[in-house]
Design a protein around this ligand. Structure first.
Ligand code: SME
Length: 163
Protein backbone atom coordinates (compact mmCIF):
# COMPACT_ATOMS: atom_id res chain seq x y z
CA UNK A 1 0.00 0.00 0.00
CA UNK A 2 1.65 3.21 -1.13
CA UNK A 3 -0.84 5.72 0.32
CA UNK A 4 -1.91 4.32 3.70
CA UNK A 5 -5.13 5.76 5.21
CA UNK A 6 -3.13 7.43 7.99
CA UNK A 7 -1.49 9.54 5.29
CA UNK A 8 -4.47 9.92 2.94
CA UNK A 9 -6.82 11.48 5.49
CA UNK A 10 -4.55 14.36 6.60
CA UNK A 11 -3.47 14.95 2.98
CA UNK A 12 -7.12 15.36 1.92
CA UNK A 13 -7.65 17.84 4.75
CA UNK A 14 -4.63 19.83 3.55
CA UNK A 15 -6.03 19.82 0.02
CA UNK A 16 -9.37 21.11 1.36
CA UNK A 17 -7.43 23.92 3.06
CA UNK A 18 -5.64 24.80 -0.22
CA UNK A 19 -8.97 24.86 -2.06
CA UNK A 20 -10.55 27.14 0.50
CA UNK A 21 -7.62 29.57 0.22
CA UNK A 22 -6.99 29.61 -3.56
CA UNK A 23 -9.10 29.38 -6.69
CA UNK A 24 -8.87 28.16 -10.26
CA UNK A 25 -5.46 27.44 -11.77
CA UNK A 26 -3.59 28.78 -8.74
CA UNK A 27 -5.33 26.22 -6.58
CA UNK A 28 -4.53 23.44 -9.06
CA UNK A 29 -0.84 24.42 -9.14
CA UNK A 30 -0.69 24.38 -5.34
CA UNK A 31 -2.38 20.96 -5.19
CA UNK A 32 0.23 19.63 -7.70
CA UNK A 33 3.05 21.03 -5.54
CA UNK A 34 1.52 19.62 -2.38
CA UNK A 35 1.08 16.12 -3.86
CA UNK A 36 4.62 16.05 -5.23
CA UNK A 37 6.21 17.25 -2.02
CA UNK A 38 4.16 14.92 0.19
CA UNK A 39 4.55 11.62 -1.68
CA UNK A 40 7.97 10.51 -2.85
CA UNK A 41 6.56 8.27 -5.55
CA UNK A 42 4.79 11.25 -7.20
CA UNK A 43 7.76 12.61 -9.19
CA UNK A 44 5.80 14.67 -11.73
CA UNK A 45 2.23 15.80 -11.09
CA UNK A 46 0.06 17.52 -13.68
CA UNK A 47 -3.58 18.46 -14.23
CA UNK A 48 -4.96 18.45 -17.77
CA UNK A 49 -8.26 20.09 -18.76
CA UNK A 50 -10.39 18.67 -21.56
CA UNK A 51 -11.07 21.27 -24.26
CA UNK A 52 -13.17 19.71 -27.02
CA UNK A 53 -11.16 16.65 -28.07
CA UNK A 54 -7.83 17.89 -26.65
CA UNK A 55 -6.32 17.62 -23.18
CA UNK A 56 -4.58 20.88 -22.31
CA UNK A 57 -2.00 21.03 -19.51
CA UNK A 58 -3.37 23.47 -16.93
CA UNK A 59 -1.01 23.16 -13.94
CA UNK A 60 1.96 20.96 -13.03
CA UNK A 61 4.85 20.49 -10.65
CA UNK A 62 8.04 18.58 -11.35
CA UNK A 63 11.73 18.85 -12.09
CA UNK A 64 11.13 19.35 -15.82
CA UNK A 65 8.45 20.71 -18.13
CA UNK A 66 6.74 18.26 -20.49
CA UNK A 67 6.54 18.75 -24.24
CA UNK A 68 3.06 17.19 -24.11
CA UNK A 69 1.10 20.30 -23.20
CA UNK A 70 -1.73 19.39 -25.62
CA UNK A 71 -2.73 15.75 -26.04
CA UNK A 72 -5.45 14.67 -28.50
CA UNK A 73 -8.03 12.36 -26.88
CA UNK A 74 -7.01 9.49 -29.13
CA UNK A 75 -3.39 9.53 -27.92
CA UNK A 76 -1.39 8.41 -24.93
CA UNK A 77 -2.27 7.03 -21.54
CA UNK A 78 -3.81 10.44 -20.84
CA UNK A 79 -6.18 10.15 -23.82
CA UNK A 80 -7.12 6.60 -22.78
CA UNK A 81 -8.15 7.62 -19.24
CA UNK A 82 -10.23 10.58 -20.45
CA UNK A 83 -11.86 8.61 -23.29
CA UNK A 84 -12.77 5.68 -21.10
CA UNK A 85 -13.64 7.86 -18.09
CA UNK A 86 -11.68 5.63 -15.73
CA UNK A 87 -8.40 5.57 -13.82
CA UNK A 88 -5.54 4.00 -15.77
CA UNK A 89 -2.46 2.60 -14.00
CA UNK A 90 0.53 1.63 -16.16
CA UNK A 91 2.98 -0.53 -14.18
CA UNK A 92 5.74 -0.28 -16.77
CA UNK A 93 5.50 2.43 -19.41
CA UNK A 94 8.14 0.62 -21.50
CA UNK A 95 5.68 -2.14 -22.23
CA UNK A 96 2.70 0.11 -23.04
CA UNK A 97 2.62 0.79 -26.78
CA UNK A 98 0.26 3.76 -26.36
CA UNK A 99 2.50 5.59 -23.88
CA UNK A 100 3.71 9.07 -24.88
CA UNK A 101 7.20 9.51 -23.46
CA UNK A 102 7.94 12.67 -21.48
CA UNK A 103 10.82 11.93 -19.14
CA UNK A 104 13.56 9.31 -19.43
CA UNK A 105 13.24 8.45 -15.73
CA UNK A 106 9.52 7.61 -15.89
CA UNK A 107 8.71 3.92 -15.35
CA UNK A 108 5.10 3.99 -14.10
CA UNK A 109 2.13 6.30 -14.58
CA UNK A 110 -1.33 6.83 -13.06
CA UNK A 111 -4.02 8.95 -14.70
CA UNK A 112 -7.24 9.74 -12.81
CA UNK A 113 -10.20 11.47 -14.50
CA UNK A 114 -11.73 14.57 -12.91
CA UNK A 115 -15.51 14.59 -13.38
CA UNK A 116 -18.52 16.77 -12.77
CA UNK A 117 -21.49 14.39 -12.58
CA UNK A 118 -20.86 12.05 -15.51
CA UNK A 119 -18.84 14.47 -17.62
CA UNK A 120 -15.03 14.22 -17.76
CA UNK A 121 -13.57 17.71 -17.21
CA UNK A 122 -9.92 16.64 -17.26
CA UNK A 123 -7.52 14.49 -15.29
CA UNK A 124 -4.66 14.20 -12.83
CA UNK A 125 -1.54 12.67 -14.40
CA UNK A 126 1.32 11.39 -12.22
CA UNK A 127 4.65 9.87 -13.24
CA UNK A 128 6.89 7.71 -11.05
CA UNK A 129 10.41 6.40 -11.38
CA UNK A 130 9.90 2.80 -10.27
CA UNK A 131 8.04 -0.03 -11.99
CA UNK A 132 4.62 -0.69 -10.40
CA UNK A 133 4.86 2.48 -8.31
CA UNK A 134 1.04 2.78 -8.01
CA UNK A 135 -1.63 0.55 -6.54
CA UNK A 136 -5.30 0.66 -5.51
CA UNK A 137 -4.47 2.92 -2.54
CA UNK A 138 -3.14 5.60 -4.94
CA UNK A 139 -6.23 5.15 -7.08
CA UNK A 140 -8.57 5.60 -4.10
CA UNK A 141 -6.66 8.58 -2.76
CA UNK A 142 -6.29 10.35 -6.11
CA UNK A 143 -9.96 9.78 -6.95
CA UNK A 144 -10.80 11.63 -3.73
CA UNK A 145 -8.42 14.43 -4.80
CA UNK A 146 -10.04 14.50 -8.27
CA UNK A 147 -13.51 14.93 -6.71
CA UNK A 148 -12.23 17.89 -4.74
CA UNK A 149 -10.57 19.77 -7.62
CA UNK A 150 -13.43 19.67 -10.15
CA UNK A 151 -14.60 23.19 -9.17
CA UNK A 152 -11.09 24.65 -9.52
CA UNK A 153 -10.68 22.96 -12.91
CA UNK A 154 -14.01 24.36 -14.14
CA UNK A 155 -13.01 27.79 -12.96
CA UNK A 156 -9.60 27.68 -14.64
CA UNK A 157 -11.41 27.23 -17.99
CA UNK A 158 -12.60 30.84 -17.74
CA UNK A 159 -9.18 32.21 -16.76
CA UNK A 160 -6.62 33.43 -19.32
CA UNK A 161 -4.52 30.53 -20.67
CA UNK A 162 -1.32 29.65 -18.76
CA UNK A 163 1.75 31.58 -19.95
N1 SME B 1 2.76 9.95 -20.61
C1 SME B 1 1.55 10.65 -20.95
C2 SME B 1 1.84 12.01 -21.54
C3 SME B 1 1.94 13.07 -20.51
S1 SME B 1 3.41 13.11 -19.67
O1 SME B 1 3.55 11.89 -18.86
C4 SME B 1 3.50 14.40 -18.67
C5 SME B 1 0.70 9.79 -21.89
O2 SME B 1 1.12 8.71 -22.31
O3 SME B 1 -0.40 10.23 -22.24
Amino acid sequence: MTVPPRQATPALLQIDAILSRLQGRQALAEVCRFLRSSFRHYRWVGVYRLEGATLVLDAWDGAQATEHTRIPLDRGVCGRAAREGRTVIVDDVRSDPGYLACFLETRAEIVVPVRRDDRVLGEIDIDGETVAAYDASDERFLEAVADRISGALERSASEPPPA
